[in-house]
Every structure is written in C-alpha cells, then in structure tokens.
Ligand binder design. Structure first.
Ligand SMILES: [Zn+2]
Length: 313
C-alpha cells in the first residue's frame, strides 16, 4: 500500500472528498504496523519515533486522534512516576490506546498491579542492564491481568531464581519471552552462552510442554495459563559438541546444557539416557504449556555490554 500524506491532507480538508473513518483507521494502522517492526536492537523501543506521526496528526482532527491512538499503543516508561495519573497526558492511554507497556529499565520499587488500570494491556516488556539485581530483593506485588505476554530482555544471569520471581509476580501469564545472551545449564547449575561446533542452530521448537531447562519448568509450573515460552539466546561457534536446526540433529534434546557438560557427562551412556528420559518427561511443568522455542542469535544481535567476556576466553 502506498499513499501520499499531502494528498491525504488535501482530501480530508474538503468535506466532499473526506475518506470514511474506517478507511482512515486502516491506513493509520498499516502505517503504524510498518513502523513498529523495526526493533532489532535491544537498546531501542518497538515504539516508532513521534516524527513519523507528527505530520499525520496535524492533517485533521480525525487523523490526530487516530495517530495518537496508534502511537500510544506502546507506552514507554522511564520511571515508575510515569505511571501516575498526574503524569499520563491523555486518559485514553489507560482506557483504550495502550497495548504494551515498555519499561526501558528495571522498574525499581514498582507494584505491578498499578498497570491493571490499563484496560487494553496485553504485553509488558522490561529491559534490564548488567547493573540490575534481578530478581530484586523487594517484592513487586502481583499482576493478575489475564492474557498477558511478558518479555524480559538482557537478563545477565537468568537463573531459576528469575523464573521463580516471574512465576510469583505474574501468576496469570500466557506467553513468556526471554531475550538474553546466556541460558541455564541444568547440569552444572551455571549460566553461559550456548556454544557448539558449526553449523550453528538457528531455531529449535518443542511442542507438548517440553523443551525448558528442568529448573525453569519447575519454577514456572504454577503458571496455569502459560502456553508458550520463547527464548532468544546467544550462540558461539567455539564448542566441541554439535547441534543444528535440521531435523534429526537434536538427538540429545538440548534444553540449555553447556558445551562442557555435554562433552564430559554424556560420555557416560547410562547417564545420558537417564537425563534424556527426564527431559522428555519432566516431572513438573506448566500444565497448559504447548510451545517452547529457542532462537539462537549472534553477538551483533545483542548490546555489547550484555555479551560476556567469558565467551571469548
Ligand atoms: Zn553445564
């Protein structure tokens, strides 16, 4: 779809040529969608810059309302004070516009139930930095909204303590996305960047409720509405073990184990078989979990500060 905003402005300024509001809405929706998919860099928001909407918003009263509505679909929070009613510029942000709240840093001291007044909210995104203590020492209360997706980026040490915190704080979660360089090895109980021999995997998908690190599955098991977990992790080509995305090239049913543990511990065939059976039939897991998808990203896909030195040792 291609159109000129100057033409659109001229048309809407004339009563006889005014476009139907339904069509205008679809045009602005399309424009907004086109500019909300550029988010590949963790340091930026999915929210498009206002400059892309400002001329549209001045074309007419109708277009201004539509442009504001779509632009505030993502509400960026820099400080917990941004969520106070006195600091929210339009009441429609809470009643109808906002679908996603994006915390661009860990919301220290926030009680998450404060966002329950956002009537159309369907997603919360939280960006962390290396300096953030996650999980935090203080409680963030509980968010009980249903049908919510939670995305957390750049966790430096994504241990099961973090997934326990998620489970306590977001008990009605439906989708969980974790984007971080490291993952949890359930054998040596450390976090590390996945490491393999080339060819490197790109995406591995598990159906039927398996595919999570065992300790993650235990920590998330109280989440009765959780249907899907998406894990974006880093990958490096310096490993000694292999794993590719091709069918049949995941015989060990990889769920986050580090290269060193696979190399050393899988030498014992009886241990390997026992561990494999445990992974394929976890004792506890979220009851409605159907999809676990691992995506493997390169160093360039992450902020340099989140990529550890230990991957280059
Ligand atoms: Zn390990």
């Amino acid at each position: 779809m291609a159109f000129s905003y100057s033409n659109l402005s001229r048309h809407t300024s004339k009563e006889k040529n005014r476009l139907p509001p339904e069509l205008l809405r679809e045009i602005v929706r399309f424009y907004s969608t086109q500019n909300t998919t550029l988010d590949q860099d963790h340091a930026t928001s999915s929210k498009p810059p206002w400059q892309l909407f400002s001329s549209l918003s001045s074309a007419s009263k109708t277009l201004r309302a539509l442009a504001l509505g779509f632009w505030f679909a993502i509400f960026v929070v820099r400080h917990v004070y941004d969520l106070l009613d006195s600091n929210i510029p339009f009441p429609e942000i809470k009643t109808s516009w906002t679908r996603e709240i994006h915390f661009i840093r860990w919301p220290k001291g926030l009680q998450f139930n404060i966002v329950e007044n956002f009537m159309r909210l369907s997603k919360i995104r939280i960006d962390c930095s290396k300096a953030d203590v996650v999980p935090p020492r203080e409680s963030n209360g509980q968010l009980l909204l249903k049908d919510i997706e939670l995305e957390i980026r750049n966790l430096y040490w994504p241990s099961p303590l973090v997934t326990q915190y998620i489970s306590r704080t977001f008990p009605t979660l439906r989708v969980l996305r974790l984007r971080q360089t490291r993952t949890w090895c359930g054998l040596c109980h450390t976090c590390c960047i996945p490491e393999f021999q080339p060819p490197l995997p790109t995406v591995i998908r598990y159906e039927g409720g398996t595919g999570l690190p065992t300790h993650y599955a235990q920590a998330l098991s109280p989440l009765e509405y959780l249907e899907a977990v998406y894990l974006d992790v880093g990958v490096v080509a310096s490993g000694k073990t292999t794993l590719s995305s091709h069918e049949g090239r995941n015989p060990d049913f990889w769920i986050g184990e580090c290269d060193r543990c696979i190399e050393v511990m899988y030498e014992d065939e009886s241990f390997r078989k026992e561990w494999l059976a445990k992974k394929k039939n976890p004792a506890v897991k979220p009851p409605r979990l159907t999809t676990v998808e691992w995506s493997f990203l390169s160093k360039e896909d992450f902020d340099s500060s989140s990529w550890s030195d230990d991957s280059e040792e």
